[in-house]
Design a protein around this ligand. Structure first.
Ligand SMILES: Cc1cc2nc3c(=O)[nH]c(=O)nc-3n(C[C@H](O)[C@H](O)[C@H](O)COP(=O)(O)O)c2cc1C
Length: 309
């Protein structure tokens, strides 16, 4: 997720869940061809398994970028065919490519010529007013012939004109049934469902109907939702302190901003957020701030005592 699933967030999430497959933000081919490759692609070994999500529509450029991804050690190349933003449409990629399944198939096949990694596709169930299931079925049918075996389906349409990206995550109705039909029609493909899933119970309810579940906003705002049994938040914070200390080149602000949701729904969640958002303290760039926050939220009665002394 743009601006969210950067390497710091992914490292943090990996401390919480050993198994979840993590995805980079969408990185455009332009950013890799003309920009600072290392800044976009460098990541920590501990993040595995991690997928590189690419945005683009030019098969040779995508293949070149996938090759870079391979060199950096990513485990999967994912193509973004779901982003509705106008900026992305001007670059002629993202969700508008659902109307061009043959081009998407060429992209997948060129990437597969170049790298021995799974190539997966993230897409919507339709664009604009298309309500026909046949549209997404034919899209998947064409693209899988090029060798994509996993499809991550955000189960709502993308409206290309008139809705912002944010509205495009909320307004077009979710139609999970389309994803279940895809699984029935393509039983050998792996179908991963995405959109509006926010609880463990909802995740469990999907398993059996589809092969996997992708969480977006909930995984960011409430990361503990995905915590492995036996993990504690204190362990995670300690690991993040070590991470910051091992990498003095990272700013504490850049790391801490992804940790604000760690105590989501728990007592003192607001206090944790407030402590980790303290501009003056963040400026000092001392990871000890995370330990201070931890002490405040984990010590029973700490605040009351602090206030009364
Ligand atoms: C801030 C933000 C950035 C996003 N960036 C991307 C992106 O780079 N690539 C992508 O495939 N989806 C992106 N998405 C969409 C999410 O991956 C997901 O498909 C969408 O939010 C619906 O799932 P959810 O209801 O679990 O959040 C983004 C969503 C948000 C909120």
């Amino acid at each position: 997720m743009m601006d969210w699933s950067d390497r710091h967030y992914r490292y943090f999430m990996r401390q919480i869940s050993a198994q979840a497959r993590l995805y980079t933000e969408m990185i455009t081919t332009g950013a890799l061809v003309h920009g600072d490759v290392d800044r976009h692609l460098a990541f920590s070994e501990e993040e595995h398994p991690v997928a590189l999500q690419l945005g683009g529509s030019e098969p040779d450029e995508l293949a070149r970028c996938a090759k870079l991804g391979r060199q950096y050690g990513y485990d999967e190349i994912n193509l973004n065919i779901g982003c509705p933003s106008e900026r992305v449409q001007r670059g002629a990629f993202g969700a508008c490519l659902m109307a061009e399944p043959r081009l998407v198939a060429s992209c997948v096949s060129r990437i597969l010529d170049e790298v021995d990694l799974p190539v997966t596709v993230k897409h919507r169930i339709g664009i604009d007013n298309v309500a026909d299931y046949g549209f997404v079925r034919d899209f998947v049918g064409t693209v899988c012939e090029a060798g994509a075996r996993t499809f991550i389906v955000h189960a709502r349409n993308a409206v290309l004109k008139g809705l912002s990206p944010k509205e495009n995550r909320e307004i077009p109705p979710l139609k999970y049934a389309y994803v279940y039909r895809l699984k029935q029609d393509f039983p050998k493909l792996e179908m991963v469902i995405n959109g509006g899933i926010t609880t463990r119970a909802q995740i469990d309810a999907q398993i059996g109907k589809v092969d996997g579940v992708m969480l977006g906003r909930a995984a960011y705002h409430d990361p503990w939702l995905l915590a492995d049994a036996g993990k504690t938040r204190a362990d995670v914070v300690q690991r993040m302190v070590s991470y910051c200390r091992e990498h003095p080149e990272f700013t504490l602000r850049g790391v801490a901003r992804h940790m604000l949701g760690l105590y989501h729904g728990a007592p003192k969640a607001r206090l944790w957020r407030r402590m980790l958002s303290d501009s003056e303290k963040l400026k000092r760039n001392d990871p000890g701030l995370l330990l201070e926050g931890l002490e405040v939220v984990e010590t029973p009665g700490y605040v009351e005592v602090a206030l009364s002394t």
